[in-house]
Design a protein around this ligand. Sequence first.
Ligand SMILES: [Zn+2]
Ligand SMILES: [Zn+2]
Length: 353
Amino acid sequence: MAKKYYELLGVSEDASQKEIKKAYRKKAKKYHPDSNSETADEEKFKKINKAYDILSDEDKRRKYDQFGEQGVEGHAGRGQRRAASSFQDLFEHLFGGGRRQRESLDLKIHTTISLEEAYQGVEKTFEVSRKTSCEDCNGTGGEGGETSTCSECGGRGKVRTVKRTPLGRAETVERCSNCNGKGSVPEKNCGSCNGKGVVESEEKITVDIPEGIRDGQRVRLKDKGNRSETGRNGDLYVYVTVEDHKELERKKSDLFTTVTIGVGDAALGTTISVPRPGSELNVDIPEGTQPGQVLRLDGQGMPSRRGYGDLYVKIDVEIPEDLTEEQKEFMEEFRGVPETDKGFFETVKDLIK
Ligand SMILES: [Zn+2]
Ligand SMILES: [Zn+2]
């Protein structure tokens, strides 16, 4: 059977490159869609170009001669070939990666936790949609798990190819496309996964969010992402937002809060209750505490890898606005007391007695 591409160009199967070129020019001119002649035929013109693309390239021609159109399938058309720079081609040949981009198998989910949960660490469970290994075929893609060794790669999953590049011959090892790198192919496609070896599944996944986690950090669960048909597993990333606390502000592992006390408590000292994540702490305020004074409570902050941060308590002193008659009297008295050797606090104490 005469080969189609030779027929299209009207040359014999042993035609020289010179003959092929000559024939192509003649035909191209005849069918060129812009030629305005009666013979203009875009479809035919495209076919002729395709034929010339294959036959003008000795490598492709050889494959075409051996395997027919299937042997040269997947080759880009001439125009596209020209567009790709030889540098890009060279890189592909040298590194074997090709322009094929690696699809990301990683999954991302998001959760919001409270500061209390961030302080203690928390366990969260998520319903995750992910591609997993098909249980019915054990991820092989073959019905009942039955597979046979891939004939293309002999079970290695990789194929070695030698390509000519502008810098000479380059040998590359690529993933076998016949078996997707698995080394085996299904005897009969598994009905559950269509021979892909992976299925879409819903899974409950429990994530341990460690104590001390900060807003914006993520937790990685290795291999809990999608599974590819080639048997690789992506990871699952849980992005964590830590909610603002109504009384505590966090900076790294330190916490900050403000507690308001009365004038008398500031002057005489008292015990106050200071908020912490999930609890409270009783703290002694010494006499003579000034408005705006900051107490540092060692190790009462958030946990971190280097231990606990500190809790800083700023003391606000409230000056009363509406005094009762009694309080006013007291304040008047207080205002009238001269500075004595007893000092301020002793004087106040005496007055209160
Ligand atoms: Zn299956
Ligand atoms: Zn293979």
